[in-house]
Design a protein around this ligand. Structure first.
Ligand SMILES: Cc1cc2nc3c(=O)[nH]c(=O)nc-3n(C[C@H](O)[C@H](O)[C@H](O)COP(=O)(O)OP(=O)(O)OC[C@H]3O[C@@H](n4cnc5c(N)ncnc54)[C@H](O)[C@@H]3O)c2cc1C
Length: 483
């Protein structure tokens, strides 16, 4: 067993842990950062970038929202089911986090409103090479890792922390395990936990959210995100928060066959449950609302249905162009459908009749026929009296072949687990601060109530980075107070 000493131990080197490590080192603290994986960056390597309110870039464009507007939008959206002081601290500091990242060498592309109805808060990273898009934030993780090393952070990869050490009521260090399985004991004045939640732990997902991963939930599983941080924090008395998944919606296997399905499901075509019935206005632009509505249906799934005419129209015309998608067109839809059917992709159905569509998808035939009759009638009259979908999106479904794709609640990782206050100090079950223990990022991200705040994109990575910085700053103050 080896022994080390530090001012601050940062548990993990994902988005939040790297922000905490760099910020703590900039404050002159001796930092040791343990990372379970063989690389740094965690889930953020898959993402595009963080939120920033009143950043240098949004102010240059005079973009809304201001910090005050963002706070109001946020709190109204979550029905005040969040620690308002923590939300305010996160939003108020988020623009400055963008400048801080720029000073480290991160370059952002110009913020824009990427989704219908969303604010231009998302700061998508300009990656080392190529077009800003999925995985662009990996470049930011690389830059932060480099800066952390330059600032003297001792970064230990493939060395998970297994336990927090508590003496009296204070956290005074951690136990980690190196590649060879040897124990490392570290004495530290403060510990920041940022292990990214439990998105890769189906048992915890089932226990804490009720979803069965792979059956009625198809979120990304980033290897290593197994709930270690919350388990360790709970072991030393931390209060648990409600735990949820960061939901949107999607196909069961988004990477299957290299199909670029994304533009398809964002078109406002029919979405039917297994009763063959509609259940929402399919033109809703908030993906998290769509995930919520799908989660309420039988077997938590729905069928995205279109016919031959709609399919052909999509080759040259799309209603919704999601700016995140690099090539927002479906000119190759025939080729995608052919590839999927040739490979027996199990979530796409092609049928020559309505009866066959019902039998292949499992939709109730009578329900499906009634819905199509009602919907086609609405299309003819230009008014959807069921869910008020705007008339320009009303296209009849009547020309075979018919197509259906199964959609499920899907999305990103978990949310919440460790109760913190607005200073990122971990709270015990009696709402007292556990001295020396801080948590940040996904492990502590219980700020969205029951639905991710889709209107202010970049929110989770933004929270991860800003809360990581906050944890470092508050830990530094605490260490100073120890004398
Ligand atoms: C595909 C995808 C795209 C996304 N895009 C965006 C986006 O563009 N904008 C946005 O706001 N959000 C996005 N997100 C979410 C965003 O990536 C996360 O909110 C963010 O990475 C959370 O930061 P974190 O530090 O809490 O966790 P992570 O970045 O996941 O880091 C957690 C780290 O903890 C390590 N770890 C786990 N256990 C231990 C242990 N015991 N000891 C040491 N280390 C441990 C893990 O190996 C990992 O490196 C996306 C997520 C996914 C999956």
């Amino acid at each position: 067993m080896s022994q080390l000493e530090a001012d601050v131990v940062v548990v993990a080197a994902g988005a939040s842990g790297l922000a905490a490590s760099v910020a703590a080192a900039q404050l002159g603290l001796k930092v040791i950062t343990f990372e379970k994986g063989s690389t740094t960056g965690g889930a953020a390597n898959m993402g595009m970038g963080p939120l920033g309110i009143e950043s240098r870039l949004t102010r240059a464009k005079q973009f809304s929202p201001t910090k005050d507007q963002a706070f109001e939008v946020f709190m109204n959206y979550v029905h005040w089911q969040a620690d308002a002081k923590l939300v305010r601290a996160h939003l108020n500091k988020s623009g400055e986090t963008i400048s801080w990242l720029e000073a480290l060498g991160v370059v952002f592309s110009e913020p824009a409103s990427y989704f219908p109805g969303s604010y231009p808060t998302w700061h998508i990273v300009q990656p080392e090479s190529g077009h800003p898009g999925p995985t662009a934030a990996a470049t930011m993780m690389k830059i932060m890792t480099q800066r952390a090393k330059e600032l003297g952070v001792k970064l230990m990869l493939q060395t998970p922390v297994t336990k927090l050490i508590k003496e009296g009521n204070k956290i005074v260090g951690v136990v980690a395990e190196d590649k060879a399985g040897e124990e490392i004991q570290v004495k530290a004045k403060a510990v920041i936990v940022a292990t990214g939640g439990f998105g890769d732990n189906p048992k915890m997902i089932k226990k804490h959210t009720g979803y069965e991963w792979g059956k009625d939930l198809h979120t990304f599983r980033i290897p290593g995100l197994e709930g270690d941080g919350m388990r360790m924090a709970w072991e030393v008395g931390a209060m648990a928060t409600p735990m949820r998944m960061e939901l949107s919606f999607g196909v069961a296997d988004p990477m299957a066959l290299g199909l670029d399905w994304l533009p398809l499901f964002h078109q406002p075509h029919l979405m039917l449950n297994l009763h063959g019935e509609r259940f929402m206005n399919e033109a809703e632009g908030n993906d998290s609302f769509k995930g919520n509505a799908i989660a309420l249906q039988k077997e938590r799934q729905c069928l995205f249905v279109f016919d031959e005419d709609i399919k052909n129209e999509m080759k040259t015309y799309l209603d919704f162009i999601n700016l995140v998608i690099q090539s927002p067109n479906l000119a190759n839809i025939d080729e995608m459908i052919a590839r999927a059917t040739a490979n027996n992709y199990p979530h796409l159905f092609v049928a020559n009749s309505v009866e066959e569509l019902a039998s292949k998808t499992g939709m109730n035939e009578a329900g499906l026929k009634a819905t199509l009759a009602e919907y086609n009638n609405s299309c003819e009259h230009g008014y959807d009296d069921l869910f008020i979908k705007p008339s320009r999106y009303l296209r009849p479904v009547k020309k075979a072949p018919y197509y259906a794709v199964q959609l499920f609640p899907a999305g990103y990782g978990s949310l919440g687990g460790i109760k913190i206050n607005h200073k990122t100090e971990v709270q015990d079950k009696s709402w007292n601060t556990i001295p020396g223990l801080y948590a940040s990022g996904t492990d502590a991200c219980d700020i969205y109530g029951d639905t991710y705040v889709f209107q202010l994109p970049g929110n989770t990575m933004g929270f991860a980075m800003t809360s990581g910085r906050m944890a470092a700053e508050h830990a530094a103050e605490y260490i100073k107070s120890l004398g």
